[in-house]
Each structure stands twice: as structure tokens, then as C-alpha cells.
Design a binder for this molecule. Sequence first.
Ligand code: SF4
Length: 587
Amino acid sequence: MTDSFKVIHVDLTTGRSQVLDIPGRNTWLGGSGLAAVLFEQFARMDELADHPDQPLIFAIGPLTGFYPLMSKCVLGFMSPYHHQYAESHAGGRLALALRFAGYEALVVTGHAPTLSCLHVGARQVGIRDVHFMKGMDIFKTGKLLRTMYHKHSGHRSILRIGPAGENKVSFAAINVDTYRHFGRLGAGCAMGMKNLKAIIVSGNKAQDISAFKEYPKVYQDIFQAITASELMKKYHDLGTAENLNKLDRSGCLPWRNLKQTSDPGSIKGISGETFARDLLLRQTACAGCPVGCIHVGLLREKFGPEHEFLYRQVAYDYEPIFAVGSMLGMGEASEVLTLLEDVERAGLDVMSAGVALAWATEALEQSLITTAETRVPLAFGHVGPYRQALQLLSSPPNAFYSTLGQGTLHAAATYGGKDFACVLGQEMAGYATGENFFVSQALGFRHSHLDTGAYAFDQQQTSRDVSTAVSFLLEEERQRILLCSMVACLFARKVYTPKRLHEALMALGLEEMTRDLEQKTTAIQAKRWNLRFRSGFDPRTVSIPKRFQQVVTAKGPMDSTYMKELFNAYAGTLEAFRHQDKPGSPA
Ligand code: SF4
């Protein structure tokens, strides 16, 4: 087996592309590891995110396309949100389209002279002027692209940005195949900075697996573990929306800008059960996934004086419902779905958008700002003003929305209200579980709830022991990095044990890759953090706003002393990566 990655690099400035052989496949595996290697090679650590040389790196892993739920793609980029190295992950059809186009990564650099669409296929690369799509929303853009690239419909993935990305909102998202996203840390803004409206990846190459005699048996074992056991059932049934009731009951669901962590009177209206009963239309899946956790709801919109309705299909999950549901005090599932559709149309990251508007609502309540800034009377539980505000956020008409579009902390620095800005590195994810989660998201590599799963640790661990918590955070991150180098959907983390990953690689003849897998994962962890530090990360500049110390969760009142000690200990441990990116053991 070759020890190099096949990578296609497209320079939007010159319009040229080339196929590269990047050495080190057996060491850096793929996904997160490959993205880090390519970021080190292409990125300008001393420049901001809008520098044309900064790369967008879409990387898949060695198991992509061969096993179920190996369906994610890692995007490595310089984040316009904090101007440091960042990763975002998305499903949809992109990972398989790249595999069948014959590449393990696509690197895009440069700045297109006009608003453009990039098409990468197995045998061709094309850049098309799409200036007529300027300002076009996600839905219209998708419709037009499907017509323009209809010949590639078989193994095609469509990535696009909406007005938010074009207008450089720092938390704009990239929409992937309508229902999935590179959501967090401003991937859509990074694409907008390249004057790139869309990327189409199409691939129809076949994979020859005839030499791999063990492969069918290993595949069957994994498929059975996924489909015949209870492990994945909940993701298909109610989906992640099932968590709303559970977290509310246990006092861990952020409501109204985290003023509360439970609202027994309102949760019924937006619970996963209510969504399923009243709005669920169908479940769908990323390519190569037999689970189908993507829940699509039916949204009816009355547009005439009599019984005239438009209907739309809008995806929902736990996180989006938290962000524009409980966080904004909404009590009706159909109103939440309406807001989700508006977020989608504009091309915003739903979590950042919801949390930013929750802060703006409280800032208005406290008279730090007025409707002269917000233009609409934002109020918890009122859908109309939020619908308008989402549009204003994606196409800022004034200084207030421009500033809020750079992130909630930017707005709080200008208008006040830092204490109640629910930001942990970026706008919070929906887990008010306790100190471990707050510290983990604030300092985590992706500032994501998926970095370490500390929300579960909070719920399981009643004692507050700093060294136990730091060990958990580091080790959990390391294990997830292995999965994200393969690149698995993290919902399958209980299926893809180290033993199964080993068997899966062996069955594809990747024996060399399986050697010292633990050490290689540690090396990837170190390289990612090292790049993060080299691109400007400084844990001492991160802070946890007061609201997180005042909140009462399932664990009771927060222990500020423990939170501070954990923060300092975890930050100190991460510091050890600053000068270390070689294989070997980090801190
Ligand atoms: S479980 Fe859901 S997110 Fe994961 S691969 Fe399947 S459909 Fe995609």
C-alpha cells in the first residue's frame, strides 16, 4: 500500500490545479491528521483568515467509503471567528464523493476574481463565474446548482454559502447537501473570503476490493453491530432531539440566555417527542450510513388570506432546537422550525446565531442597547422579531449587526453585557451540565461539545477532582482524534472500538497503518494543538463569563474555585503542546 495521500490542490487566483502526492499516509492516517499536515504546508500562520493564501482543506480518511458511518469529512481552515487554526466536520455526500473522485483531500487556496463555483471531478476541475448568484439564499442557490450540474447527480455533493458567508459574518456556515453543515467557527465566512459561492464534488470511480478477502466478514460484523443492536436505535427514532426532555428534567438545558436550566412549563412544546408527533416528515442519512439520524420536519406557511399554504422540509436536531428554541424562550415546535428555516436560508451557524440573539435580547432588556440598534423589539418567546433579526444578522444594515456578526463577545466589548455573553471560545453548545463542560468547551480545540464529551463526564462524575478531569479531557480527546482521522461519525464511537478499527484497517490491507496506532494518534493530537498555538491560540486570553459561574445545573450551584483550578490545570497541560508536534507522548 502506498504511503502517500492523493490530494488535489486548486488555486482560485490562477485557476490552476494540480494533483499532489503527500507523504506520510501511514503516520498521519487521514481526516484530522491529514488536515493538520496540509494546513502546516499551505497556511500562513502569521496572516489573518482573509489572506488569499489561507487554505480550505477538505480531508477524508482511509476507511471512508468502505464501512458504514465512515461518512464525515474534516475541514481544516484558518477561522475568521478567531483567526486561528480550526476544524469543522460535516456529513452528507461529500466524503464519498471525494473518495469516488479519487482524492483523500481537496485543498483550495487563492481568491477568485468573480463570485465562483468550483467543480472537482475524477477527471476534471472547473471554475465557473456565478456572479448572478450574488446574495442568493441557500435554497435558491442549491436549486440552481442542481440544474447546472445535473450530469453529475450520481455521486455528487453540493457545498454552498448564503448571504451570511458572502457578507463575511464570522459565524457563517457552509451548507452541505441541504441537511448537513460545516457549521462552527465561520467556515462559510472563510469560503466567502475566497469569493467562492459553491463547491461541487463529483466522483464515479470504482474501488477494487477483490484482493481483500477478509473485508466482507469485517464489514458484516460492523454492519451487524450498527443495525442489529440497540446502540444506534435512539439516533434514528427520536434522534438527538430526544435529549431536550432529558436535559430539561435534569436541569441542564439552557433557557433564555442561560438564565434558567429548566422550564417544565415550556419544554413540552419543543421536546423531541413533540417534534416527532407533530412535525416529523421523514428520516434521512448521510451517504454510507444505515442509521439515518437526520430528522426532517414539515413546515407549513400560510401565504394567502384563505387556506393557501407553502410547505418546506426543514431538518432539526438537538443543538439547533436548543439554539433557536430554549435559548430564545420559544415554546412552540413549529415556531422553532420556522426559525431554523430562516437560519438555513441565510447560511448562518445556528448555534452562534441563536446564542448571539439571546445575548442581544438580554442586552435590550437591560437597556444596554435600544431598538435603534436592534431595529426590532427582540423578546424571549416572540418569533416575529427573531425572524427579522436573523435576516439583519446575515446582511448587516448597521454597526450593531456588523459587530454582533463578528461574535457575541465583540458586541459585548462594544455595548457591555460581557457577564451574560454565553461564549465558551465560541457561542456555547446546549449543555449546561457543569464546570467540566464549561472548561472543556472554553479551551477545547474546536470549542465544541464534541471535542471531549465533557457533558457526559459532568453527568456521571459527582466528585470534583482536577487531575481526574484533566486526564479525562485529554484521553477522551485523543480517542476522538483517532475516529476523526478515519473519519467516522462520532455517533458510532461505541461501535468503532480500537479493536474494530484495527480489524477494519487490516481487512483493507492497511497493516502498516495499524502499527503503533496509539502513538500516531498522540502525535496527531500534538500536531493539531501545535498548529493552533502557532496560529495564535493563547489559553490565557480565554475567559469564562460570569453567567457560567452563577448558573445552577444538575450538580447544583457551580463551584467557582474548582472551575478556576480546572481551567488553569487544563490550560497548563495544553501549553505543553506549544513546542511539540513530533510523534511521541505529549504532556
Ligand atoms: S448517524 Fe446521522 S450524522 Fe452520523 S453518519 Fe448517520 S446520518 Fe450522518
